[in-house]
Design a protein. Structure first.
Length: 113
């Protein structure tokens, strides 16, 4: 039964959420901008204090989920947002191996010498 209904259910979910390749590509392209915003919230003291607040518990798990994607993790590792995500969601067992087209991925800044 599940196999017979999966196709139509996936199609309907894609239509409801406007989840197509263009939308996905645009979302992936925004990851650096979004992580910059999280880093800014930490720098401003809005999130990331010793005692987590409600915003920490909303934002950090989202960052941690992005870190589960092998292709996106290098964009996040080493940043304050990553430190917060690992603190709030210390035990996270999932990871997603490479699967996005390389041309969808934001370019990483060159490492400082």
């Amino acid at each position: 039964m599940a196999a017979k209904t999966a196709g139509p259910a996936i199609w309907m979910e894609q239509k409801i959420h406007k989840a197509d390749a263009d939308a996905c590509r645009a979302d992936v392209a925004r990851v650096p901008e979004l992580i910059d915003h999280v880093d800014g919230l930490i720098a401003d003291g809005v999130i990331g204090d010793a005692e987590p607040n409600a915003a920490d518990f909303q934002i950090a798990p989202s960052v941690r989920l992005l870190m589960a994607l092998d292709q996106l993790r290098p964009l996040i590792d080493g940043r304050p947002a990553a430190d917060l995500a690992l603190k709030v969601v210390a035990d996270f067992r999932g990871r997603v191996p490479a699967g996005l087209p390389d041309d969808w991925l934001p370019k990483q800044p060159a490492a400082s010498a």
